[in-house]
Structures are given as structure tokens and as C-alpha cells.
Write a protein that binds this ligand. Sequence first.
Ligand code: PRP
Ligand code: URA
Length: 208
Amino acid sequence: MGRVSVTVVDHPLAATMVRSLRDHRTPPALFRVVAKRLSLVLALEATRSLPTRPLGVETPLAEADGRALDVALVAVPILRAGLGMLEAVTELLPELAVGYIGLERDEATFEPSAYYTKLPDMAGAWVLLLDPMLATGGSAAAAASALAREHPAHITLLSVVAAPEGIERLSRQHPEVDIVTAAVDKGLNDRAYIVPGLGDFGDRLFGT
Ligand code: PRP
Ligand code: URA
């Protein structure tokens, strides 16, 4: 395995939100709300070491020290499920650019195929790759390959639930990608679903 940088968010609110998403009774309307809230927590963790530069500010009373972001930011949701994480990230970081990668897993081989890619200029940028489920790792690795061709400075994958198999594959194929997740589960079943997981994130998000 390559360099492993996996952060599992350790926060009581994140834990209650993961439980709610796992619950098979959670309907799509609530699932969407909780997915967005949890994505905000993941985004805060993923941006913990964003580069900043000193930039003073004048308060109504005096001058104060301050800091400003010192890097371009890009968010890239993997369609469809990553869309459930996008709004939280654009609200937190309104200045970021957004790209899209559409991937679908083959039901027999579990390998992803790309059906849509639209990426902004991201040379030197910090990229937040959004995909809630890191299962075999095939989708995240394919997306990371597409991003790497654009020469970003840094890529962080934001995931809700990760399987050890996916972490291992992504770390091996793309050791430069940091992973921030809310849970690491036991493993995959024979259909490459995460167990216990939360089922099909895209279906639960969009009610399909
Ligand atoms: C799901 C999920 C991830 C991928 C993870 O997408 O949203 O993108 O599977 O699996 P992997 O780690 O084994 O590649 P899916 O192909 O079901 O498409 P969808 O988001 O459109 O439902
Ligand atoms: N994609 C999902 O939505 N869920 C899984 O458990 C695996 C892949």
C-alpha cells in the first residue's frame, strides 16, 4: 500500500448522522438533509490544512490580524451520489469552481465506466472529490486519474462510508489522494456493496 492518509471524523454529531443515513427507514427527503449536514462536517475536516496568507482587516475600532485563503478551490462530485454532498461544499466555499465526473459501476465486473466529464481549470488548485461510498475504490481511483491529468496541487476524497478494500485500492493507485470519511466498515459483500453500509446511496438520495 502507498502512503495512507485516512482521516475518520470523530465527532458525536457525525456519528448520529451516519446512524440516520444507515437506517433503512430513513426516507429520501430526510436522507438528503442529513447527507448535506454530514457533508459540511466532512468539508470542514477536509479543509483543515488549506493554505492561507496573512491579510489584515480593519474592525470598527482598530486594525486586526487576519488570514485569507491562498489557493484556488475546486469541488468535483462523482455523479450521481456525489451530488448529495455538493450543496454543503458550495455553501461553505462559495468561491470554488465545480467540475463533474459521471461514473457508473458495471453490475458484473464492478468496474466503473465514465459517461460524462466536465472539469474546470484546476492546475495548482485544491480539489475536493465528492463520493459518499468508497466500496471497491474503482470509481474513486478512476476519478482521481482524471483529476491528476489536470495537475491539481492537492486532492482530498470526501466519503461518508468507506470499505477497507476501497481504502487499500485508492491508496495503492493514488497515494497522493487524502481520504476523509465518516466511517470505515467491515468490508464488501458478493455484490460489492459495503457491509453494513447504508445500501445504494444514489437510490436512497434520489428515491430510485
Ligand atoms: C456508487 C457510488 C460510488 C461507487 C462506489 O455509484 O456512488 O460512485 O458506486 O463504488 P466503487 O468504490 O466500487 O467504485 P454507482 O455506480 O452506483 O452510481 P450512482 O451514484 O449513479 O448510483
Ligand atoms: N455504491 C453504493 O451506493 N453503496 C455501496 O455499498 C457500494 C457502492
